[in-house]
Design a protein around this ligand. Structure first.
Ligand code: DGT
Ligand code: CA
Ligand code: CA
Ligand code: ZN
Length: 576
């Protein structure tokens, strides 16, 4: 239970008080108390432990509110809020949370137009029903509608790749804003979750209100949704929601832990603090009302007897136990990656030439880049082999020209047919330096059939890597079902690799499955599936997903130096 949670409840109590037409003085007192709580760094529980008197000693908190806080701390609810809530239409709180809609308007909207929640509010505005409502000027209606449309849009989740790009661009702008001492992108984006709800920025500042004010004036900010003493919510032009949270600079680390989450992870951290007679909130670790750790994340975790847990692991998926027992994985890092093992040139459906791909790969510092053009898109009408040979000569020439920096691998991605056979001539498969096999059609087969299909493809002697295993695509296709444990185990036994694909709309396999893959002990191959040179930096996403899967460098193919990779490939061929 944080101060902020109680503050939120008190604000809602104020809104409800206004709505039912109870004393405006009470409503004002609730709002004032909420503001006080939001600016208080000490956990309110720590103060409450010293008695109701200590609570009342806080400016802005009188006897009645002190009692409400105590009740909340004991029961987890504000009884008065519950009571009022039962008297009003459900959803009235979310309607009043819309900036520009006060209790009076909310009541009018309800009584005359039956507005009960955001959905019915949107409808009333869209249908023109709200046009006749007193106090709603056309200008205001338009503004409300725009906000609601943005809000509606932002309920969709955004693939990490797109959100991270927007987030990192915005972060650079945020860091330049006056009053911002430090800034960091937190939340699910920092945990590298495959898709994200909104972008959360933590900013360290001595002057929260003017700094938030300045942040909301950034040209990237399209519309402001809410603005408080320490938080603001806004939308970018594409509808992506942004949350800003200000923290005093000396509470930076605790702010990072809180805002990075996940919620499940921080709940476990709070329980752990409690077991040690401590309290954890967004400002620090507290013994009574004394803050014992807050400046860095390391300090916060250390105060709880733990090493700092990397953000991609913070999901309450065993990371606390591992940290406790000193067996956190030494995670794969971006700098371990020596090259990309899936990319396409304009020899198949890629946008760029081999040379352009090579140049970007060189700029990324890669030792190698596998050009995995789709076998069936090479050449036309049975001329696959001719085109393949031509491509090889061009690859050889570039490897000579660039002195192998990067070294281009003469590779292929081959389609796995419905029966598990491969859609490419055998001679071609055996001549390629590296072969990825992947499903590109006949998706959604029954589980056992899909399992047999993938197993058969894996068994093919020329296949090195199973590409994008589940074939899920954001907004387009669900993951295929198969007995993944069996498939990963077979890959391990065959000494072959399974891909973690970082293409923004793929991110395949999803976290839990990627973790099962890593646990299976099979080789992991990282690929961006780039269809243009500008896609190659998506390796960051593949690494993020591998980290969420607890991958260490050891079994990741891309960490091998060029010669070791070539040796690995040669060993595969010899086993045949
Ligand atoms: P998202 O945006 O849905 O992809 O997921 P997150 O993890 O970014 O969640 P978000 O944006 O709702 O909140 C950001 C972080 O703030 C979250 O990871 C943990 C923290 N947080 C938010 N609400 C709560 C809460 O009610 N309790 C706790 N302990 N932490 C919260
Ligand atoms: Ca978020
Ligand atoms: Ca958020
Ligand atoms: Zn593919």
């Amino acid at each position: 239970m944080s101060n902020e949670a109680i503050a939120q409840q008190l604000r809602e109590l104020a809104d409800l008080t206004d709505y039912v037409g109870d004393s405006p003085f009470k409503a004002r007192a609730y709002r004032q108390a909420a503001h006080t709580l939001e600016t208080l760094t000490t956990p309110i529980e720590a103060i409450a432990e010293q008695g109701v008197d200590a609570l009342q000693a806080i400016p802005g908190i009188g006897e009645a509110i002190a009692e409400k806080i105590v009740a909340y701390l004991q029961t987890g609810v504000l009884p008065k809020r519950e009571q009022l809530l039962s008297q009003v239409p459900h959803g009235v709180l979310e309607v009043m949370a819309v900036p520009g809609i006060g209790a009076k308007t909310a009541k009018l909207l309800h009584d005359r137009l039956g507005v009960r929640d955001l959905e019915s509010l949107r409808h009333a505005l869209l249908s023109g029903a709200a046009d006749q409502l007193p106090g709603l000027s056309p200008h205001k209606r338009e503004r409300l509608l725009r906000l609601l449309e943005l809000q509606h849009k932002s309920q969709r989740r955004t693939p990490l790749g797109f959100a991270l790009q927007r987030g990192q661009d915005l972060l650079r702008a945020v860091q330049q804003v006056q009053g911002v001492q430090q800034a960091q992108l937190c939340g699910s984006a920092r945990r590298m979750q495959e898709d994200i709800g909104d972008l959360d920025f933590l900013v360290a500042t001595e002057l929260p209100e003017p700094t938030l004010e300045a942040l909301l004036k950034l040209p990237e900010i399209h519309a402001v949704y809410a603005q408080g003493a320490h938080r603001a919510q806004a939308f970018l032009s594409d509808g992506l929601q942004v949350d800003f949270r200000a923290t005093p600079p000396n509470h930076w680390g605790a702010g990072l832990v809180y805002l990075t989450g996940s919620k499940a992870h921080t709940i476990r951290l709070r329980q752990r603090a409690q077991q040690r007679g401590l309290k954890l909130n967004e400002y620090g670790v507290w013994r009574g009302d004394v803050c014992i750790a807050s400046e860095s994340e390391e300090a916060v975790y250390a105060a709880l007897g733990l090493p700092c847990i990397p953000p991609p692991l913070r999901e309450d998926a065993g990371e606390l136990e591992a940290a406790e027992q000193g067996r956190l994985p030494q995670l794969l890092q971006p700098q371990h990656v020596r090259g990309d093992l899936q990319s396409h040139s304009n020899w198949s459906d890629g946008f760029n030439t081999l040379e352009e791909m090579a140049q970007t790969a060189a700029a990324l510092g890669y030792d190698y880049l596998a050009i995995t053009d789709h076998a069936h898109l090479l050449g036309e009408g049975g001329e696959w082999m001719t085109a393949f040979e031509q491509r090889r000569r061009e690859i050889d020439a570039l490897n000579e020209q660039y002195g192998g920096r990067p070294y281009l691998l003469d590779a292929l991605e081959v389609n796995i047919r419905a029966d598990g056979s491969l859609d490419a001539p055998e001679a071609m498969l055996h001549r390629a330096q590296l072969v990825l096999a992947g499903v590109h059609d006949a998706h959604g087969m029954p589980r056992e059939q899909m399992t047999q299909r993938l197993l058969r493809a894996l068994e093919h002697p020329a296949v090195d890597i199973l590409a994008h295993p589940t074939c899920r695509r954001y907004g387009k296709r669900l993951a295929n079902d198969a007995d993944w444990e069996r498939i990963f185990e077979r890959a391990r036994a065959l000494g072959k690799a399974v891909e973690i694909n970082g293409y923004p709309t793929r991110m395949d396999p999803p976290t839990p499955l990627a973790r099962a893959l890593v646990e299976s002990g099979a080789w992991v191959s990282l690929g961006t599936d780039s269809h243009a040179a500008r896609d190659l930096p998506a390796m960051t996403l593949a690494v993020g997903l591998a980290q969420r899967a607890w991958a260490t460098p050891e079994r990741v193919l891309n960490t091998l130096a060029r010669d070791a990779l070539l040796q690995w490939l040669a060993d595969r061929r010899q086993q045949v």
